[in-house]
Design a protein. Structure first.
Length: 239
């Protein structure tokens, strides 16, 4: 089969059929039909991608992204905006002006929120990032009001782990198994009076008898823990 010259572009090609060998490609065939009928093809239009800004030729006029990656970015941003709008409706005004989280909470009472990345985030940390920006590494978001579900920005402050522990010592925010400095001193006074047994002192303070015995007998580990807490408490009260 002899090579022929394309009627449109002039390129040399081998026709697939003996009777039809005017054009070398489908694009040239369409152009030949348009010239023969007098109908010009629709001009291609370009537009910038809404995600990356690259100029591309969309398939339809409704297409706004240049590819699947940019489409995923736009979809994630859309879901994130919806999650942010929902976030501002998930709290209510509580006692002492606290903005208490109405959504899901963890076992410690802190609010939890979910965004486009599907990761669970602590609500009061998210509020801090919305208002004040990123949280530096190694720092905590603490509460002035000692209310875990509160997300009000004025009730939050930025501090280290030491600041958080000192704040808990000053406010005596411990579990039922921990005793305050004043309670430890009172246990020593009751024991020194000789009027109470260890069992009676333990029932009064809601701890075990062995714990009272360790405090009274100046157990090394117990004394070291309480002395460290006492020194931290005293240094904070002097400031």
């Amino acid at each position: 089969m002899e090579e022929k010259t394309c009627k449109i572009c002039g390129a040399q090609f081998l026709p697939k059929r003996q009777s039809r060998g005017l054009c070398c490609s489908k694009k040239c065939v369409i152009e030949n039909v348009h010239r023969a009928t007098g109908h010009l093809p629709k001009p291609l239009f370009s537009k910038p991608c809404a995600a990356c800004g690259t100029i591309f030729q969309p398939r339809t006029r409704r297409t706004i992204s240049c590819g699947i990656i940019c489409h995923g970015k736009l979809s994630a941003a859309k879901h994130h905006d919806r999650a942010v709008d929902k976030f501002w409706t998930q709290f209510e005004i509580g006692n002492e002006g606290c903005w208490e989280w109405k959504g899901k909470r963890n076992r410690r009472g802190y609010g939890q929120s979910t965004f486009a990345d599907k990761n669970m985030r602590i609500a009061h940390r998210t509020m801090w990032q919305f208002i004040f920006g990123p949280i530096p590494n190694g720092l905590f978001i603490c509460h002035h009001c000692d209310n875990p579900p509160c997300i009000r920005p004025s009730h939050l402050f930025l501090g280290t782990h030491t600041d958080n522990m000192l704040d808990s010592i000053i406010k005596e925010r411990f579990s039922k198994q921990r005793l305050s400095i004043g309670q430890i001193e009172e246990i020593h006074k009751l024991h020194a009076s000789g009027k109470y047994f260890h069992r009676e002192i333990a029932l009064k303070f809601g701890v075990s008898q062995s714990h009272v015995t360790r405090i009274v007998n100046n157990h090394p580990r117990t004394i070291r823990n309480h002395q460290r807490r006492r020194n931290a408490w005293l240094s904070q009260t002097k400031i």
